[in-house]
Ligand binder design. Structure first.
Ligand SMILES: *Cc1c(COP(=O)(O)O)cnc(C)c1O
Length: 227
């Protein structure tokens, strides 16, 4: 088994244990492998080990890797900050965008989504720890923002994403995830199709699963630390 396959398997075991501890079925939780800054060969090794869903944060790098891999069975999620001049490339090459926090960007992605593709699957990013330097809308703005996003024909609203402040013990990590889950439940009352709660990374996936995460975004625990 390749080193990468072993790390991927370790990560799946962590997820299974976290689900068990939370009394949840592990099949409710999707593993997104975050391959930003990692070479195509590392992604290929993950694909060989059965991984199909990948997250990327830098548009140019991602588009090049997607073209080199040229594998229509892979599902690409954009999870980084979005500049207006990059929306067309995102709309053309990705299946999901998890980092929506400005209406102008959402409108451009909708208008630029090619007609022959299914609508872009969207998560709204929430700045759940209220950190001024971080992306995401304020919790108080969620419902009106979601209403506007859900009217855009090229997008399909699926849920919420957040990147809480790092560090802390399990209880400290759970608090922002619990807050995001509450927002998710409110959102679902207005948008019943919403089914994705994207939270949890390499260092806090157990806390996220305990609070109801349905999608964890794991980079360094699979691919090794980034330079
Ligand atoms: C880089 C990144 C991750 C993965 O972080 P790790 O700590 O390496 O698991 C997850 N989500 C987002 C939005 C990221 O930018």
């Amino acid at each position: 088994m390749s080193e990468l396959a072993a790390r991927l398997q370790q990560c799946q075991r962590r997820l299974a244990r976290a689900a068990l501890a939370a009394g949840r079925n592990e099949s409710e939780i999707t593993l997104l492998a975050v391959s930003k800054t990692k070479p195509v060969d590392a992604i290929r090794a993950a694909v060989c080990a059965g991984q199909r869903r990948f997250g990327e944060s830098y548009v140019q790098e991602a588009v090049e890797k997607i073209a080199q891999l040229n594998d229509a069975t892979l599902e690409w999620h954009f999870i980084g900050p979005i500049q207006s001049n990059k929306t067309r490339a995102i709309a053309e090459h990705f299946t999901w965008v998890q980092s929506i926090d400005r209406l102008k960007i959402a409108e451009r992605l909708s208008a630029q989504r090619p007609a022959h593709l299914t609508p872009l699957q969207i998560c709204i990013q929430v700045n759940i720890s209220d950190e001024p330097q971080k992306g995401g809308i304020a919790a108080a703005d969620l419902l009106p923002f979601a209403a506007a996003v859900s009217r855009l024909p090229g997008l399909h609203l699926r849920g919420l994403m957040a990147i809480p402040a790092a560090g802390g013990d399990m209880d400290a990590q759970r608090a922002p995830f619990a807050a995001l889950r509450t927002l998710f439940e409110q959102l679902r009352l207005h948008h019943p199709q919403v089914d994705t709660l994207s939270m949890g990374m390499s260092d806090d996936l157990e806390a996220a699963v305990a609070e109801g995460s349905t999608l964890v975004r794991v980079g360094s625990a699979i691919f090794g630390s980034r330079a």
